[in-house]
Design a protein around this ligand. Structure first.
Ligand code: V47
Ligand code: SF4
Length: 364
C-alpha cells in the first residue's frame, strides 16, 4: 500500500502514478483536500493561472435511442410521446442562434435513432457547416460513430472521413461511461463496449481529429473501476496524443432506471476531479463541467485540479432531464466572475483550446 508522502514525492518529481496509487487516493482515510492540493500542483504546472471557458450552445437533434442505457433519463423509444426529432429548419435555426450569439461552438449529441440512416446525421453536419462555416461543430460521441458504422455497413474510418469532409471539427467525450465490461453489461449493455469506444477515438486521432474523454461516476462503480477507466484513457493518450480534455460526469439519478441511487457528495466530486488530474498526467486539461457538478462545486473544483469550466451552454437536455439543478445557461460575465473569484485568469478558448480574442474578432 503506498503512502501519501510517497505519492506526493512522485507528483513533485514528475513521476507517473500507478493504479495502486490512484486507488489509495480514493480511499476514505485519505483527506480529499490533501488530494486536491496535490492535484492543484500539477494543474498549475500545466496551465499556470489560466482557466478556460467557451461560448457554446447545445443541440440534441433527437432523444429517440435504440440503446436505452439504464442511467439515461433523456432517451426514449420510438413512438413514445416524450420523443422528438428536430426538423432541418429547427436545426439550422439553432446554428443561426449560436452564430448570432457570438458562439464559437455547437455541441451536438443525441440518441441513436431507431430509424434514421447515417445520411441524416451526416446531413446535419454538412448543412450546419455550409450555413455557418465559422462555427466549430463538436459532434457525435464514439457510441454514435460506432452506431453509424454498424447501420451503414461502413468502417469507423470511412464514417469519420465522411463527417470530417462535411465539416466535423472535433468529437465530444461522451459514451465512455465506465469501461469495465461487467459494469457496462449492467448499465449500458447494448451500446459500443470499451474497446469499440477507444478504437473510435484512436481512429479519429489518426485522422487528425481532436477528441475529448469522459467518465460517468457516482453509480455502481468502485475506486478500482474508476482507476481502470483512467488508465485506459492514459494509455491511449500515450499512443496518440489526440485527447484534449477529460470531463468527469457526475451521475444524476432522477427519472432513470437507477433512480434509487444517491448522487455522489460534493467531496466525492472534488476527489474525482483531483484524482483524474493526478492520474491523467498526459492530458492538458481537466474540465469541471458546471452543468454536471453544479456551479458552486465546479468553481471549487478549480482548486482541485480543474482548469476549464466548459461554456455558456443552453438547451442542455441530458443532465437536466436526470435532475441536474444547474441553471439552463450562464452568462460570459458570470463565468469570468467565477474564475476571477477563484483567483485565476479567465481565458476564452475555442473548441481546440486556442485563445479567442474578441476585440480583434478572430481566433489567434
Ligand atoms: O454520454 C447520460 C452522460 C453524456 C446521464 O466532451 C449522464 O466536452 C449524468 O458527453 N447523469 C453526454 N450523466 C454528455 C457529454 C459531454 C458533456 C459536456 C461536455 C463534453 C465534452 C461531453 O452524458 C453521455 C453520458 O455519459 N449521461 N445520462 C445521467 N443521468
Ligand atoms: Fe442513448 Fe446516449 Fe442515453 Fe445511452 S446515454 S440511452 S446511448 S442517448
Amino acid at each position: 500500500m503506498p503512502t501519501f508522502s510517497e505519492i506526493h514525492e512522485k507528483v513533485e518529481s514528475g513521476q507517473r502514478l500507478s493504479a495502486a496509487d490512484g486507488e489509495y487516493l480514493f480511499s476514505p482515510e485519505v483527506d480529499p483536500h490533501a488530494v486536491g492540493e496535490l492535484a492543484d500542483l500539477l494543474r498549475r504546472r500545466k496551465n499556470g493561472e489560466a482557466v478556460f471557458y467557451n461560448l457554446n450552445l447545445h443541440l440534441n437533434p433527437t432523444n429517440v435511442c435504440v440503446f436505452r442505457c439504464a442511467f439515461c433519463a433523456y432517451s426514449c423509444d420510438v413512438g413514445d410521446p416524450r420523443g422528438y426529432t428536430m426538423s432541418d429548419a429547427d436545426i439550422l435555426a439553432r446554428g443561426r442562434e449560436a452564430a448570432r450569439a457570438g458562439c464559437t461552438e455547437l455541441h451536438i449529441v443525441g440518441g441513436a435513432h431507431t430509424e434514421k440512416p447515417f445520411e441524416w446525421y451526416l446531413g446535419i453536419i454538412r448543412r450546419l457547416h455550409e450555413s455557418f462555416p465559422d462555427l466549430h461543430l463538436k459532434a457525435w460521441t464514439a457510441v454514435e460513430i460506432d452506431h453509424f458504422a454498424r447501420i451503414s455497413g461502413r468502417s469507423v474510418r470511412a464514417i469519420l472521413e465522411a463527417l470530417i469532409a462535411a465539416g466535423l471539427g472535433s468529437m465530444p467525450g461522451g459514451g465512455a461511461e465506465i469501461f469495465d465490461a461487467q459494469l457496462r453489461r449492467k448499465i449500458c449493455p447494448r451500446k459500443a463496449d470499451a474497446d469499440a469506444w477507444l478504437d473510435v477515438h484512436r481512429t479519429a486521432h489518426r485522422l487528425g481529429l481532436r477528441t475529448n474523454a469522459t467518465m460517468l461516476y457516482g453509480h455502481l462503480e468502485t475506486a478500482a473501476h474508476r482507476i481502470d477507466h483512467l488508465i485506459r484513457l492514459r494509455d491511449l493518450q500515450d499512443e496518440t496524443g489526440g485527447f484534449q480534455v477529460f470531463v468527469p460526469l457526475k451521475f444524476h439519478p432522477a427519472n432513470t432506471a437507477m433512480s434509487s441511487l444517491r448522487p455522489a457528495s460534493a467531496l466525492d466530486d472534488l476527489r474525482v476531479v483531483a484524482v483524474s488530474r493526478l492520474m491523467l498526467d498526459n492530458f492538458d486539461h481537466i474540465k469541471a463541467y458546471w452543468i454536471s457538478l453544479g456551479v458552486g462545486t465546479a468553481q471549487t473544483a478549480l482548486a482541485y485540479g480543474a482548469d476549464d469550466l466548459d461554456g455558456t451552454v443552453r438547451y442542455e437536455r441530458i443532465h437536466h432531464d436526470a435532475g441536474a439543478d444547474a441553471p439552463e445557461t450562464i452568462s460570459v460575465d458570470r463565468l469570468r466572475e467565477l474564475i476571477v473569484e477563484a483567483g485565476r485568469e479567465p481565458i476564452e478558448r475555442d473548441s481546440l483550446y486556442r485563445r479567442v480574442r474578441r476585440d480583434e474578432n478572430r481566433v489567434s
